[in-house]
Design a binder for this molecule. Structure first.
Ligand SMILES: [Zn+2]
Length: 456
């Protein structure tokens, strides 16, 4: 253990106070040293009325280390600058060993079994994560820390939720570069108005595997220029044909509605771009008659509701169409989606003066497409309480719309408070349609389909 030489007589300098200092002394995370105390009797003193003050003596910790106290399995630590001499020495030793073996084997004295030259660190697989303050802890499947990363002031622990484990959350564990080891993709977030958000690509031990991904680009919607930097908002992984999932990441403007979706390639580079005039919430991929298609669900600012874009190919391109110039990207280049559908704004959204968003899209084996359109006030985790699930055939012709329990509950609440003037029923069934489809420079109503108010 290397540390500044202390005056051994100074108790003050010998004392470490609190888990943070103790962890810092070892260059480990707080969770790690807490586990050492529990599992390996790390010498800690607890004082105070409730034994809530934690102290340790450097000397005692050094003695514990020197004792060779059994260490738990640790994450691979960053290797000390490699020394050429070590390598040479190791080579020399190996050569010598091989010579001895050759001689011995030559006279038939031993059966040689290769032994590992160096002790290999067991492979650490990140499985989960936790954010406390501005520290990210990466955990294995047993909940033990494999590493951590300190984001000084760049994140707010209170802004990370269990919901961020979902696809489209702020954190994703996936093998982005295809080397057989999972990385932790982590979006730094303080507030949606911050301008220093980035997507970090970390190893299990918390070190950076690839440089952080950020976006500074200027685009024009209508007469308005939107300057970067943009904030990454969601990370998606979609199963790919090769078995290796493809990663996508969406960014939002720090002040206004524009939003963009990229594919993130194995080198951590942003590829393609689909620009939306509302936050992108969910994506899905499908294949129709051998043709790869990307589905993008978003909020739509022009209609204060939700939208579904069907894009040719699996790499995002183009931008969302709009009637109002304000909501149309002039500088994004590319084309319009193959299909673009806008969902109606329903009474719940009008009552709370909110919008809507497509929060989930999936497809079935028959090529049918399902899309959940949500409304209401977002929970801190980002859920919309009132949802209506639409189903479509593979050509995105509406087949059915079904309100869920959340829609009925929110409606009852709004009715009770006088925010809506009708009981949940025919008015709502009628409001589920029509859907508007972009067609040759305008929106046209699609034929209505069956509505179920109660899931029957
Ligand atoms: Zn209603």
């Amino acid at each position: 253990m290397s540390h500044p030489s202390d005056d051994p007589n100074s108790e003050d300098r010998d004392r470490l106070s609190g888990w943070k200092e103790i962890a810092g002394y070892f260059g480990k995370g707080v969770r790690t040293v807490q586990r050492w105390e529990k599992d390996y009797n790390l010498p800690i003193q607890r004082v105070g009325d409730k034994s809530d003050i934690v102290l340790a003596s450097r000397k005692a910790l050094d003695a514990w280390t020197a004792q060779g106290s059994p260490k738990p399995q640790e994450a691979p630590t960053v290797q000390a600058p490699s020394t050429a001499r070590d390598t040479t020495a190791m080579k020399r030793r190996s050569v010598a060993a091989l010579l001895v073996i050759a001689v011995l084997a030559g006279v038939g004295l031993v059966i040689w079994r290769p032994a590992p030259l160096t002790q290999r660190t067991p492979r650490v697989v990140p499985a989960d994560w936790k954010v406390m303050g501005d520290q990210l802890y990466i955990l294995d499947a047993a909940g033990h820390e494999t590493g951590h990363h300190l984001f000084r002031g760049l994140i707010d622990g209170d802004s990370y939720y269990a919901g961020d484990r979902r696809d489209g959350g702020k954190v994703k564990i996936t093998d982005i570069d295809g080397d057989g080891e999972d990385e932790v993709l982590f979006i730094t977030y303080v507030s949606s108005h911050a301008t220093d958000g980035a997507l970090y690509i970390l190893r299990a031990d918390g070190t950076e595997k690839l440089p952080p991904v950020s976006l500074s680009k200027t685009v024009t919607f209508g007469a308005q220029k939107y300057y970067g930097p943009w904030n990454p908002q969601r990370v998606f992984t979609v199963p790919g044909p090769s078995g290796r999932p493809t990663t996508y990441v969406s960014f939002i403007h720090s002040r206004d509605f524009p939003s963009v979706l990229f594919e993130l390639d194995r080198n951590g580079q942003l590829v393609g771009s689909y620009w939306s005039n509302g936050y992108i919430e969910t994506i899905a991929r499908t294949t129709l008659q051998g043709r790869p298609l990307l589905l993008v669900g978003a909020n739509n600012n022009e209609h204060e509701s939700s939208s579904l874009a069907l894009i040719d190919g699996w790499t995002p391109h183009g931008s969302a169409p709009a009637i109002d110039d304000k909501y149309r990207c002039r500088s994004c280049g590319g084309d319009e989606p193959l299909r673009f559908i806008v969902f109606p704004r329903r009474c719940a959204a009008r009552a709370i003066k909110g919008g809507g968003a497509l929060t989930k899209i999936w497809t079935d084996a028959g090529g049918n497409v399902y899309a959940v359109s949500g409304e209401g006030k977002r929970s801190p985790e980002g859920y919309l309480p009132s949802t209506l699930t639409y189903s479509f055939d593979s050509q995105l012709r509406p087949l059915r719309a079904e309100f869920d329990l959340g829609a009925r509950l929110l409606h009852a609440q709004l009715e009770k408070s006088g925010s809506v003037d009708h009981p949940f029923g025919p008015v709502d069934a009628s409001e589920a349609f029509p859907l508007l489809a972009w067609n040759n420079g305008r929106f046209a109503a699609l034929p209505r389909a069956t509505v179920s108010l109660d899931g029957k």
